[in-house]
Ligand binder design. Structure first.
Ligand SMILES: NC(=O)c1ccc[n+]([C@@H]2O[C@H](COP(=O)([O-])OP(=O)(O)OC[C@H]3O[C@@H](n4cnc5c(N)ncnc54)[C@H](OP(=O)(O)O)[C@@H]3O)[C@@H](O)[C@H]2O)c1
Length: 337
């Protein structure tokens, strides 16, 4: 058996696209499983990592294999692994310092994976881990959405949005979302109650008294979120400036905490004025939460939304398509195609 594999590699930040290269297969550490990747998904974080946009929070060393989540088959297990066996079909999001799912094999900590939902193909399962965990951590862990509460989910047709709408409905919330007219039927079918065409309508002038905003956009849209939340409301952003509270909890050095406290000052002031809470969320892997997602999927209460499936050989076309920012649901990289 060859000990090499093909992997998508960058050697420096601002490299426009990765290069496909043969590299040694990873060896599993004691708590790892070695997975043969059947499918992976593209996430905007892959593009941001390539560009260097996250290096303040997440400095990487090169060469770096990119790719942030996957579905695959266990082909070897480390000596401490008890939860998984060779042959298991699994999915997951490796921890941030061990990314690299755009490769034929991945060594991943057993705490970062779960058994793949039985009713999904590998391609379908790869659409879930990163966006599913992120949405769960925002809507359940941070917002603790309650039945009847109103939440705005920005960019409802995207990878996060299509999952988050379903999860918010599962929690019993009233869901407003923004998208283009052509996606209205799709997001309504996922459960959205109020749909706003962001090209023609300004969400901040038509929505009021919301309990929560799940912001995927950052910038002005994030600032406007504080106009629509009611006192005691929550704004959770994936794309805004990380605040001091996040910086401390994330364990950044003090000088970086200070810089982020300064940079996020305007957001914390807007939150204070609105008597609302602002959270920057940087999602994390979780075996337990993946199991919750698996259960919801197997009960057909949650399903993946896929825009397009590309073979691994066309990864760079897929990344270029993702970069345009108009996917409806997830872009999948299939290693079986
Ligand atoms: N912090 C974290 O841990 C974390 C985790 C996951 C994701 N993220 C971030 O969250 C963001 C969203 O991720 P994603 O996977 O959902 O991205 P995505 O799938 O690439 O989002 C594409 C969608 O965004 C929509 N969109 C673009 N501009 C919009 C606007 N102004 N208003 C409403 N919709 C708009 C597009 O709809 P149209 O075609 O209609 O324009 C498209 O459907 C990214 O910036 C990503 O990096 C962060």
């Amino acid at each position: 058996m060859s000990k090499k594999m093909h992997a998508a590699i960058i050697t420096h930040y601002r490299q426009p696209l990765p290069v496909m290269q043969p590299v040694p297969r990873p060896a599993p550490q004691p708590n790892d499983v070695l997975v043969k990747i059947n499918a992976a998904s593209i996430n905007p974080i892959d593009l941001k990592t390539m560009h260097g946009g996250l290096k303040f929070l997440l400095p990487y060393q090169f060469p770096l294999i990119i790719g942030s989540d996957f579905a695959g088959t266990v082909v070897a297990v480390g000596q401490n692994v008890t939860a998984f066996q060779i042959g298991d079909a699994v999915y997951g999001r490796p921890r941030k310092n061990r990314i690299g799912t755009f490769a034929e094999y991945l060594a991943v900590d057993q705490a970062d994976i779960a058994l793949k939902p039985r009713n999904l193909s590998f391609d379908q399962a790869a659409a879930i881990p990163l966006v599913g965990l992120t949405s769960y951590q925002a809507l359940h862990d941070l917002m603790a959405l309650q039945p009847g509460q109103k939440v705005l989910i920005q960019a409802g047709a995207g990878g996060i949005g299509t999952l988050a709408i379903q999860l918010a409905k599962e929690l019993g919330a009233f869901v407003a979302t923004t998208t283009s007219q052509r996606n209205f039927a799709h997001v309504k079918a996922l459960g959205a109650d109020r749909v706003i065409d962001y090209h023609t309508e300004d969400f901040a002038t038509v929505l009021h008294d919301y309990d929560a905003v799940f912001d995927t956009l950052g910038g002005r849209a994030l600032e406007q979120a504080f106009q629509i939340v009611k006192p005691g409301g929550q704004v959770v952003s994936l794309s805004g400036i990380p605040d001091g509270r996040f910086a401390a909890a994330y364990g950044l050095p003090r000088w970086k905490q200070g810089l982020l406290r300064l940079a996020s000052h305007r957001l914390t002031r807007l939150a204070h004025q609105a008597q609302a809470d602002y959270h920057f969320l940087f999602m994390h892997p979780s075996h337990t939460q993946l199991e919750i997602l698996t259960r919801l999927i197997e009960q057909e209460r949650l399903h993946p939304v896929i825009d397009h499936v590309y073979p691994f050989s066309q990864l760079n076309q897929a990344l270029t398509y993702a970069r345009a920012g108009h996917a409806h649901g997830k872009i999948i990289i299939s290693f079986d195609a």
